[in-house]
Write a protein that binds this ligand. Structure first.
Ligand code: NAD
Length: 269
């Protein structure tokens, strides 16, 4: 029998139901698009109503959009309930929504601003990941599912942010490893560590007066200079790692970080 060209190319996430935070922009948006192309349905929690509206227009019944805040546990519960109600189950949770500290140098910032920055940034970047994992775990156990955390080169190396961003990305890796240990053998837990990427990643308000906000051209040049492959990375450059970890091809992988950073391990940041 003659096979149609492309007939062997199976979608890798066919029939999977995925819950992702921060899908309205940047890396989360590119990953959402890639997941849907691979056959998944995606439920998204984000605080941006405009971004969510755009997603709904683009993807229709393949997405469910929840406006909310990752620091609020009940918002994750709503998202998980929505995923199960509309798509029948939950296979994957992706913790991705995050904020930045703009490389704020700790000696240049008042202790009061540093304290406010800690509360805001750690709440979103660390407690936000914990909240989503906790709200998803019971449904993921039913499907032998998995979790993926968006971490960063700043989870390994200095100078990928200031103290709070770097500490938050180290903490996310610790959280991922401990969960991989506690949830085996039922649920796999892994991470993707993107390097500097051209997105709209926000500097939190308490630190804005203390940092230089750079334009996209400057950002592009600096990202290129900092990684051995000299790539000014775009969100789409990272999606392959998420597809692999979410898929059944990765059934032997847990507690692992895939770096997608232009080769920072070769030279550091
Ligand atoms: P982005 O700003 O383009 O996207 C982040 C999304 O998270 C936005 O849609 C935003 O509305 C949402 N969000 C922020 N705070 C939220 C909250 N409290 N509740 C709900 N939603 C919230 O930024 P991005 O660069 O795509 O960042 C995504 C992840 O990638 C973050 O964890 C970030 O730390 C990580 N990362 C980014 C880079 C980079 O250089 N851009 C590098 C490595 C890792």
């Amino acid at each position: 029998m003659v096979k149609e060209k492309g007939a062997d190319l199976m979608a890798q996430l066919s029939g999977k139901s995925i819950y992702l935070t921060g899908g309205a922009s940047g890396i989360g948006r590119a990953v959402t698009e890639a997941f849907i192309k691979e056959g998944a349905a995606v439920t998204i929690l984000d605080k941006s109503p405009v971004g969510l509206q755009e997603l709904k227009q683009q993807f229709g019944e393949k997405v469910q959009c929840i406006e909310g805040d990752v620091t609020v546990y009940e918002d994750h519960v709503r998202a998980v309930e929505t995923a199960v109600e509309f798509f029948g189950k939950l296979d994957v949770f992706v913790a991705n929504a995050g904020v930045f500290d703009g490389f704020a140098k700790f000696e240049h910032v008042t202790p009061e601003a540093m304290s406010a920055a800690y509360d805001l940034l750690m709440d979103i970047n660390v407690k936000g990941y914990f909240n989503g994992a906790r709200a998803s775990v019971a449904e993921l156990k039913k499907t032998s599912g998995n979790m993926i955390f968006t971490v960063s080169g700043a989870g390994y190396y200095p100078d990928g942010g200031g103290v709070w961003y770097t500490a938050s990305k180290h903490a996310q890796i610790g959280l991922m490893r401990q969960l991989a240990f506690e949830l085996a053998p039922e649920v796999r837990v892994n991470a993707v560590a993107p390097g500097g990427t051209l997105t709209a990643l926000h500097v939190i308000p308490p630190l804005e007066p203390f940092v230089k906000i750079v334009d996209n051209d400057t950002k592009e040049k600096s990202i290129k200079k900092r990684n051995p492959l000299q790539i000014a990375m775009k969100s789409e450059d990272h999606v392959g790692a998420y597809i692999l970890l979410a898929s059944d091809q990765a059934r032997a992988i847990t507690g692992e970080v895939i770096s997608s950073d232009g080769g920072l391990a070769v030279r550091g940041l």
